[in-house]
Design a protein around this ligand. Structure first.
Ligand SMILES: Cc1cc2nc3c(=O)[nH]c(=O)nc-3n(C[C@H](O)[C@H](O)[C@H](O)COP(=O)(O)OP(=O)(O)OC[C@H]3O[C@@H](n4cnc5c(N)ncnc54)[C@H](O)[C@@H]3O)c2cc1C
Length: 407
């Protein structure tokens, strides 16, 4: 069996690793010219599937935690805190032996996932043909490839999805009524320590009483351990956000910063500090309109989807990448079984296996899309087996923060 994977993001690369481990033949195609062509995002929390990823991937992969931890070289455990109205204590989630959490810097995670994977860069898919016997894919550069199965891991604006559903992304993606302003900055010394003590990896302020939700996240610690690169998202429910005349579409960086600062005046000083320290030229000039995607069904055949191509969601609950990885862990086992004994040649066997995968993936992904859209911070999370995860918020301990590479 030969599998064609479209897209070398989290989903495509994770699937490639699991197929590599099982000795299933594959090729992986990516539209970007090289691995540095695009900003990969800030940081992502991995939990519940850490052991499963390691056991599903080849054993010569470097250690996941050491390769991707955004807090390195600091020794602090990953920790996300929640600041809620009327609560004085620091609640949240923390890496522990009982509940391991890795907060991975996105570029490091992508590089780790790409270990020993021969990504074919600069191969943008423009057209797909498939029938009962196989799949052909055509690229913008005029080249093509053939396989038995094609997996679209090509993200929210998937061309593979367009091919199987005959509907453009503009028909399927739903605007999320959430206006967002994004800032970034580098902090050092005492200011860096104060942010780490609010939440080592980041913290969320959920303030319906003040009309906003914000997330402050550590992107990564600089190699000397003395400074950290931060980002923040300031979000407000706003049904008008995609209107071309919405003020954020044309607002200057200064206007966005001023608006954010005005909106947070009733917050305690320690929670305002990072916004107040942000230089105006570090406010993202582009406007953010989040879209999500919930599909009721997908045809079962030789072309299928993983990740954002099937269930894109807002980053509010930090679940999009998590469910993408779960998709690939489940799908790789199904593909491994089809490969064994040549069952992949029988289109009925392929359809049956893919139908089972689609049902579970769309149900699990759809729930996460809805919980993310509705800003449900406390909704249950599900594990790779589809069962609810026990991830209760704890009261976070205060520890002394020491900076430096040897700290
Ligand atoms: C700001 C932000 C923060 C986030 N934070 C978190 C978080 O904390 N936790 C979490 O779990 N999730 C998070 N997510 C969600 C997560 O990033 C996505 O769910 C995840 O990246 C989806 O992986 P994917 O492989 O499906 O798609 P992508 O990562 O989008 O990868 C798709 C790949 O396909 C390629 N491609 C596209 N079209 C073609 C084509 N025609 N031909 C060839 N290649 C193509 C693209 O270049 C890309 O490399 C966040 C998302 C955003 C936007």
């Amino acid at each position: 069996m030969h599998v064609l994977i479209i897209g070398a993001g989290l989903g495509g690369l994770s699937l490639a690793q699991s197929l590599q481990k099982q000795g299933v033949s594959f090729e992986i195609f990516e539209r970007d010219a090289d691995e540095n062509a695009r900003f990969q995002g800030w940081a992502i929390a991995l939990h519940s599937i850490i052991d499963k990823l390691s056991s599903s991937f080849p054993s010569d992969m470097p250690d996941l935690r050491a390769s991707t931890n955004h807090l390195a070289p600091l020794k602090l455990p990953a920790q996300i805190a929640m600041y809620l109205p009327g609560r004085k204590d620091r609640l949240g989630f923390q890496d522990s032996p009982q509940m391991p959490i890795i907060r991975a810097e996105r570029r490091r995670l992508r590089d780790w996932l790409a270990t020993n994977i021969p990504v074919q860069w600069g191969r943008r898919v423009t057209r797909i043909e498939h029938d009962n016997d196989g799949v052909s894919v055509y690229f913008k550069d005029g080249s093509s490839a053939k396989g038995d199965i094609l997996v679209g891991a090509d993200g929210i604006k998937s061309v593979v999805r367009e091919h199987i559903l005959h509907r453009p992304s503009t028909d399927l993606l739903k605007v999320v009524p959430l206006a967002t302003i994004v800032g970034q900055l580098t902090l050092s010394g005492e200011a860096f320590k104060r942010q780490l003590s609010l939440g080592h990896s980041g913290y969320m302020c959920i303030r319906p009483d003040l009309g906003f939700v914000s997330f402050v996240g550590l992107h990564y610690v600089l190699p000397d351990g003395l400074s950290g690169r931060y980002y923040w998202n300031f979000m407000q429910t706003d049904p008008d956000v995609s209107n071309p005349d919405h003020w954020l579409q044309k607002a200057s960086q200064q206007e966005k910063l001023d608006y954010t600062l005005k909106s947070i005046t009733k917050m305690p000083p320690k929670l305002r500090e990072i916004f107040e320290m942000t230089p105006v030229d570090e406010i993202k000039p582009e406007s953010y309109v989040w879209c999500d995607l919930e599909l009721e069904s997908l045809p079962a055949g030789r072309v299928l989807l993983v990740g954002d191509a099937a269930h894109a969601m807002t980053p509010f609950r930090g679940e999009g990448g998590y469910h993408t990885l779960i998709d690939t862990l489940i799908l790789s086992k199904i593909l491994g079984e089809l490969d064994t004994g040549g069952k992949f040649k029988d289109v009925a066997a392929v359809q049956q296996a893919v139908a089972g995968y689609n049902d579970e993936m769309l149900r699990r992904g759809g729930q996460a899309v809805r919980d993310s859209r509705n800003l449900h911070a406390n909704a249950a999370r599900v594990g790779p087996d589809g069962k609810p995860l026990v991830v209760e918020m704890m009261s976070l301990p205060d520890v002394e923060i020491v900076l430096g590479a040897e700290a």
